[in-house]
Every structure is written in C-alpha cells, then in structure tokens.
Design a protein. Structure first.
Length: 289
C-alpha cells in the first residue's frame, strides 16, 4: 500500500453526469503515463461531496473495472451521513478495493468520541481496513496526538492521509507509529513529507504531474535531497500557476488538451475559463506535461 496515489479526477458533462469513457481514460493515463502506484477514489478531487450515493457507487465500479488489478485502490467513503458511509464502504469492499478511507465527519462540532465511533462503526460494518483522512483546513477537525493514539489502537486503522502543514506532528506520528501508513496530502509539500518519513502521497496534481512526483520520491530515497528540492521547486511553480487558473478546472483542461476527455466540473463549481486556454497550452509545453 506504499507509494504514490492520484486523488482521482472524475469527468462530468455539462448536466453533471459521469463521462464513463473519459473516466476510464483518466484511470489509464494515471497508470500508463504517470506511473502511479494507486488511485484514491471519490476524494475531494473527485468532487465527491456534491454527488449522490448512486453516482459514487458508479464511480467505484467503473474505476475498479478499468483498473483490472493493475494498481492499488483506496475507496474514500466518508460522509456526514454515517449510513451512506457504511453503504459505500460495503459496496467498495465487495468490489475488492484494497482499503477504505474516510474523511473526519465535518460541519457539526462532533466530539472526539463521536468521531471515534464513526470510524469504528464503518470498520465493523464493512469488515475492511481504514485510512483516516485528516484535512483540518476543509473540515475544521484537528486531532491531537492523544486522540490519534486512541484511534490507532484499532488494528484495522492502518494509516492516515495527513493533509496538514504541522510537520512537528507529522514527525511525532512517524516516530511513534513506524508500522502505520502515513500519506502526505499536500502535493506542494511532498519533499517535506518524504524527509519526515511518509510512506507515500495522495494528491490531485499527480493526475498530470505524477512522473515528476515519482522522481522526487526516488531522489529522496537515494539521499539526493538537493536534486529533489530542485524538482519540488519546478513542481511548485506548476502548482502555483494551476491554482491561479483554478485547481480542478485546470487539471481537467490539461487532460482535455492532451486528448483525454476529462469533461468539466460538477456544479456549483464553475467550468474552466476558455479564454485561458493559451495559458494551459503554455503550461503543458513549459512543464512537459
């Protein structure tokens, strides 16, 4: 389960329907062109929290079928509706996903005991392993070391997707839990996570920039942090420009311009500003995407 995972983009048409052929092609190019080790399906990059339960299931089905056992698959099933999280977790488990993941329950000020019960219930009802998805900037949920200690007592919680910039906490986690999987969740901080000893990374830009991310991982593993920082600088130049144009919109437009039907974003997200197409063409050329 170690390695680089793309937080999978999902192509939608203007009516908000999945573009199945496009989704299959996004899966293929991640595996065949970017060389990723796995796919993180129905996370933030898949616009998951705007989708119905049935649509989420359809995405799980299509991705599993197209992958055909080539790379590892993690199913993000987290939902503020626990019944939906269980239903999705059972479905992904039946399909054969390698692990579940679930974002911490959000919006309401849930207590830690409620959060713990949420994870334990999903695990018990699915009989699958779990990767906690911690992204405080979007959920408002931060867990301290004592609380993570409590979660990690459950042997079926095999790791965490750590999307946070607190590298002291990351170092403490790595030292305390050498047997747990820790994935870096910020693409622009990949090298910092690797130096801190993460087991891999999960991110949206790997859909188009996976090869460069894999290079950073290899360089750090070989002890060549100077060169790895150079590649991270280039990566961050790219990420900075993508963010200015709109993260998911631009990632999809890059794929569209490369002949992969990545569609548009699910409303109420806006679509890509077509007047910016020349800037995306320049990104593709400048960064050899």
């Amino acid at each position: 389960m170690k390695g680089l995972y793309s937080a999978l983009l999902v192509p939608f048409d203007e009516q908000g329907n999945i573009k199945e052929r496009g989704l299959r092609d996004v899966v293929k190019q991640n595996i065949e062109k970017q060389g990723i080790d796995g796919l993180y399906v129905n996370g933030s990059s898949g616009e998951n929290f705007m989708l119905s339960t049935d649509v989420k299931k359809e995405i799980f089905r299509i991705v599993h079928a197209e992958n055909a056992g080539r790379v590892k698959l993690i199913a993000q099933v987290g939902s503020i509706n626990l019944d939906e999280a269980i239903e999705l977790g059972q479905y992904a488990t039946q399909l054969g996903y390698d692990s579940l993941s679930a974002v911490t329950p959000f919006y309401y000020p849930f207590s830690f005991e409620e959060i713990k019960s949420y994870y334990e219930t999903i695990i018990a009802e699915t009989n699958n392993q779990m990767i906690v998805y911690s992204i405080p900037a979007l959920t408002g949920v931060s867990m301290d070391m004592t609380q993570l200690d409590d979660l990690f007592k459950n042997e079926n919680i095999i790791g965490i997707k750590y999307t946070d910039s607190d590298f002291f906490m990351l170092e403490r986690l790595r030292q305390r839990y050498p047997e747990k999987l820790i994935y870096s969740g910020f693409d622009e901080m990949l090298i910092h996570g690797l130096i801190s000893g993460v087991d891999g990374a999960i991110g949206s830009t790997y859909n188009v920039n996976g090869k460069r991310a894999k290079e950073i991982m290899t360089l750090v593993a070989d002890g060549n942090t100077t060169k790895a920082y150079e590649v991270q600088h280039t990566t961050n130049d790219l990420i900075e420009q993508i963010q200015k144009l709109g993260l998911y919109q631009t990632l999809k437009e890059i794929l569209n311009q490369k002949g992969i039907d990545a569609g548009t974003c699910k409303k109420p997200m806006r679509g890509f500003d077509q007047s910016k197409q020349p800037e995306v063409k320049q990104l593709i050329k400048e960064f050899d995407l």
